[in-house]
Design a protein around this ligand. Sequence first.
Ligand code: TSX
Ligand code: MN
Length: 547
Amino acid sequence: MIDVMLASGDLIKLNQETHPGCYLHRSDPDDVARVEHVTFICTTERDDAGPNNNWMAPDEAKSRMHELYEGCMKGRTLYVIPYCMGPIDSPLSRCGVEITDSPYVVANMRMMTRMGSAALARIERDGGFVRGLHSVGELDPKRRFIMHFPADRLIQSFGSGYGGNALLGKKCHALRIASTQARSEGWLAEHMLIVGIENPQGEIHYIAAAFPSACGKTNLAMLIPPSEYEGWKIWTVGDDICWMQPGDDGRLWAINPEAGFFGVAPGTGESTNPNALAMLNQDAIFTNVAVTADNQPWWEGKDEEVPVTDWRGNSYTSGAGSAAHPNSRFTVPIRQCPSYSEQAEAPRGVPISAIVFGGRRERLVPLVMESKSWQHGVLLGASMASETTAAATGQVGVVRRDPMAMKPFCGYNFADYWSHWLSFADRVSNLPPIFHVNWFRKDRAGNFIWPGFGDNMRVLEWMINRCSGQVQARETAIGSVPHISDININGLDAGISELEALLEVDTAAWSEEIEQIREYLQQYGDRLPERLLQELNKVTAQLARVA
Ligand code: TSX
Ligand code: MN
C-alpha cells in the first residue's frame, strides 16, 4: 500500500535515516478537519437524534448518498477492510467492515484498528458487523456528507479523505454508532482516555477521563510524573475512546477500542509530551505537517528546527503564519508508545477506579472537585464546558458546552444519553467516583496558576487517595474539593496561596453559572431526565444557603 501511495503521490517519503518507515500525506487544502455541519444522524424520528445532532430522514439520506456514490469508484481500486474495535478476543469488542477507495484510509485503519484475517474470523463468529461505505468522491466540500444510520448499524461517508470523516472505525463507529449500541446493550461508549497509575507498592489504578478538544487529552494519557514521584509510573491504555461495561464484580471494566493514535501534532514537544515524541521517530504517517531542509517532519511546538516547506508543500519563510496545519496529525501504532500498557490487550479490559471530566476554564472552575454521588457526577458531565482556543475555527475564549466531551459524537439525543448514564446507578453495584478537573485557571495578571503537564500527577494522586479513603475532602455546594494539605506540593513553585486560589469556590459566580447550565439543559425539554433537574435544583438550593 505504501508503494502504491508513493507512486501516486498520496505519500511522500520522509528522511529514512532519522525517521525510518515515516511518510507524509498532504490533504486537499479544503479537506483538513471533521465537518460537523454535514454530519448527520439518520433516525426515523427527528427527536431520537436530538438537538445535539443534525438530522435527516433515513430514506432521504440514503437516496442522496446513492446519487453521490453512482459510479464514484470507476477506474479506482475498491478496498474491503474487515476490522475489530478492541482486542480480538474481548467480549467488549465489536467489528466492522469498511469499503473505501482510499489507500490512505487502508494504511491508517491498519494502524488504528485490528484489521485483516483475525478480524474477519471474529466477524464470522459474531455473525454481525457495522457496515461502512466510504468514497473520497471528488473532495468537493459541497458534495460531502457523513451519514449514520444507527438502526441499520450503517455508516456512509462521501467527499472527504480526512481521518475523522474517512477512518470509519474511529468517530463514526466507535463513538456515534457504538453509543447507540451501548445504550441498548447496557454499556458506555465514551470520548475518554484511559490511563493506569502505578504507585510505589505496585498497585495500579485505572482512570477514564473526558476532555473537550485542546485540553491535552493525549498529553495526560502519556504523562511522566515529576521527579518527586519516584516509584510511580503512568501506563497508557488509550488516548481517545473508552468502551466500558459492568463486570461480575459490579465495577466498570474498560477497553480502548483503538490500536493506534491519530493525534494532533502541533504542541507535541519535549516539554509537553516526550513519550509521544519518542514514538514518532519510526513507522508513522504524518498528515499536513511541515518539513525541514533535511526532510524531517516538523510542527509548531516540536523543537528549534526551522521548516522550509509548509503543510501545503509551499516554501516557508518564518513568521508567515503556521508552517504545519493547526489540525495536522500523526498516525502511529499504540505499541510504539513508551508508556504503553500491556493491559490494553486484556480481553476483560481494565477496572476503572475513577471517572474524570474536565474543561478549559480561566475562572470559576476549581483545579479538582469530587461529585457527591453518581447522579451529581452525571450532572458535572452534562454541564461540562470549555473555552475555545485559536486551534479551533471561530472566536477565541468563548465558553462552549460540551457534555461528556460528546457533543460531536453522541449518536442519539443527549437527554436519552444522560438517562442512560443515570441508569447505571440502578444496575451497577460498585460504580467509580466521578471527578471534575480544570488545569487552566488563570490569575488576575492572566497567567496560568497551575503548572499542569507532569504536575497533574499531584491531582491524580489526590483522586486515588480519595478512592481508597486515605484523605478527607471539603464539601462545598458544587462538589468536594481537597484540603490544601492533601495536595503534594513537594518540589512545586506554587505556594499555599496559589493552591487556595485554585480551589476557591465563588458562590455568586457559581449561581450565575448554574443558571446558564439550567438554560442549556432546558433546550432538551421534556426528555431531560427528572433526576438531572433534581440534582441541579439541589445545587441551586445549596448555593443559596451559603450565599
Ligand atoms: O496538555 C496540557 N495539559 C495536560 C497535560 C498532561 N496542556 C496543553 C493544552 C493544549 C493541548 C496544558 N496547558 C496544561 C496541561 O495540564 N496546562 C496548560 C496551561 C499551561 C501552559 C504553560 C505553562 C503552564 C500551564 N507553563 C509554561 O509555559 C512555563
Ligand atoms: Mn477525540
